[in-house]
Design a protein around this ligand. Structure first.
Ligand code: C2E
Ligand code: MG
Ligand code: MG
Ligand code: MG
Length: 292
């Protein structure tokens, strides 16, 4: 049996609580209590380099291990944390915990990985994110090149000038950015060159129908081509089948993340995966055609 994760999490447990402000109040209280009880945890999902077949990174994904509700998906509570401002406190904890673990892996002599951490809009606008990130690296002793911040297009577009300035400030410290859920937002390509992003993450909704829907295949192919011509790398999220993997290899997508290789895992399980050195077959080097 695989570890419990988003599929087995009760995604809709808030559905029957639709009682306006009373509901809001209850959830706020439950979330504050969750924080006090240390019920927020991180799972980590491997990111694989297709040229070597090896794990090259991890994405930290927040979960609420609730005494009352079980393992709760972030889709259920992140919007609430954003609304009530708790995302700033919890986001800071996420950063610190993810950096701490990544440093610990390095200290144990495991091959160094990039740790990806998601940031939400409010974290970016509210607090002093450049300083928070900088302090976290100092505190945990993680070097900046091993941290990557994931940001959605919509965050950038919300307040482009301010966000871009802040991104450059963070990037100057040597920390990389990936553009998450790419293709789901406004997707104007012109602003991409203004952003200090190293990587585009193709949204899993396009990956899902890659082998059955020609227009999704065309979109993914175009995004990869465009990214490459702008000097950006591409990671595809939500890769679940060999067919999707084969397609992505064929168009020279650099990296993948998805259930095909692994679901998001608790820290200890991820550590075992790293120790085992599990991988997928590396890119086939094409044999030169024989001339007859
Ligand atoms: P995301 O950043 O786009 O993360 C990828 C989501 O895709 C994760 O959902 C992951 O579990 C899921 N996923 C990965 N591989 C597959 C696959 O092969 N098939 C399918 N169907 N799904 C796959 P998750 O963990 O439920 O997170 C949902 C969203 O919540 C994230 O989307 C991110 O936007 C947000 N989130 C999670 N953790 C944090 C956090 O610490 N801070 C912030 N601000 N947002 C977070
Ligand atoms: Mg992400
Ligand atoms: Mg994503
Ligand atoms: Mg997504």
């Amino acid at each position: 049996a695989s570890s419990p994760d988003t599929d087995t999490i009760c995604r809709f447990f808030f559905a029957d609580m639709d009682e306006g402000s009373r509901r809001q109040l209850n959830l706020d209280t439950a979330l504050r209590r969750a924080l006090e009880r240390n019920e927020f945890i991180l799972h980590y999902q491997p990111q694989l380099d297709l040229s070597t077949g090896r794990i090259i990174g991890a994405e930290a994904l927040l979960r609420w291990q609730s005494r009352d509700y079980g393992l709760v998906s972030p889709l259920n509570f992140i919007p609430l944390l954003e609304e009530n401002g708790m995302i700033n406190t919890i986001g800071e904890w996420v950063l610190q915990e993810a950096c701490r673990l990544n440093r610990k892996w390095q200290d144990e002599g495991l091959p160094p990985l990039r740790m990806a951490v998601n940031l939400s809009a409010r974290q970016f606008h509210g607090g002093d994110i450049p300083n928070i990130v900088k302090r976290t690296l100092e505190k945990t002793g993680l070097e900046p090149q091993w941290l990557e911040l994931e940001l959605t297009e919509s965050i950038v577009l919300m307040d482009a000038d301010k966000v871009i300035r802040t991104m450059h400030e963070i990037s100057a410290e040597g920390i990389g950015f990936a553009l998450d859920d790419f293709g789901t937002g406004y997707s104007s390509l012109s602003y991409l060159q203004r952003l200090p992003v190293a990587r585009i993450k193709i949204d899993k909704s396009f990956v899902a129908n890659l082998t059955s829907n020609p227009s999704d295949a065309a979109i993914v192919r175009a995004v990869v081509g465009m990214a490459h011509s702008l000097g950006l790398k591409v990671i595809a999220e939500g890769v679940e089948t060999e067919g999707q993997l084969g397609f992505l290899r064929g168009i020279n997508c650099e990296e993948i993340q998805g259930y095909l290789f692994s679901r998001p895992l608790p820290a200890d399980d991820f550590t075992l995966l790293l120790r085992e050195g599990r991988s997928i077959p590396p890119k086939q080097i094409e044999k030169p055609e024989r001339v007859l």
